[in-house]
Design a protein around this ligand. Sequence first.
Ligand code: SF4
Length: 166
Amino acid sequence: MEKRWVATVHLDTLEVEYDPSFKFRCVENCGLCCNNLEIPLRDEDIERIEELGYNTWEFVDYEKAFYRGNRFLGYALKKNPLNDSCIFFDPETRKCKIYDHRPLACRLYPFIFIRDENLMEIYIKGDRFCPGIGHPEGEPLTRKFLMGEYGDLLIVHRREIVNSRR
Ligand code: SF4
């Protein structure tokens, strides 16, 4: 998979190094990722969506599974058989019906987070369809941007590091 480094978070200090030439801004109601991606579901994603009252048969595609090497990552989020978009994508509003409870893979898109001990390396996917990548009014992945979008995730990783040193 084509990918490019855009930032590194030092998890012990939450200091950030970033590529100032890269900018991103999600285009409101674009929805292209909801129509183009295959999303793996973690157990936590499934549980969170079930808590909204959905049954797994409504949103889990058990015929499609994701692996990294031999490691099972999860089954796929179902697609709408009528238009091949995500099952939770509303084509009229072009919004996600479960936005606040969406799977982690949707939340991270178009970024890839790879942790290496106390560093969180962040890469951008080489997807050509996302108009947010390189958006002229976008912003680089500064500490302010990352803490605003992903602060909760980064703090969980930071706690793991602090606890492992005790
Ligand atoms: S394709 Fe890119 S710009 Fe469009 S909604 Fe998804 S992340 Fe935002």
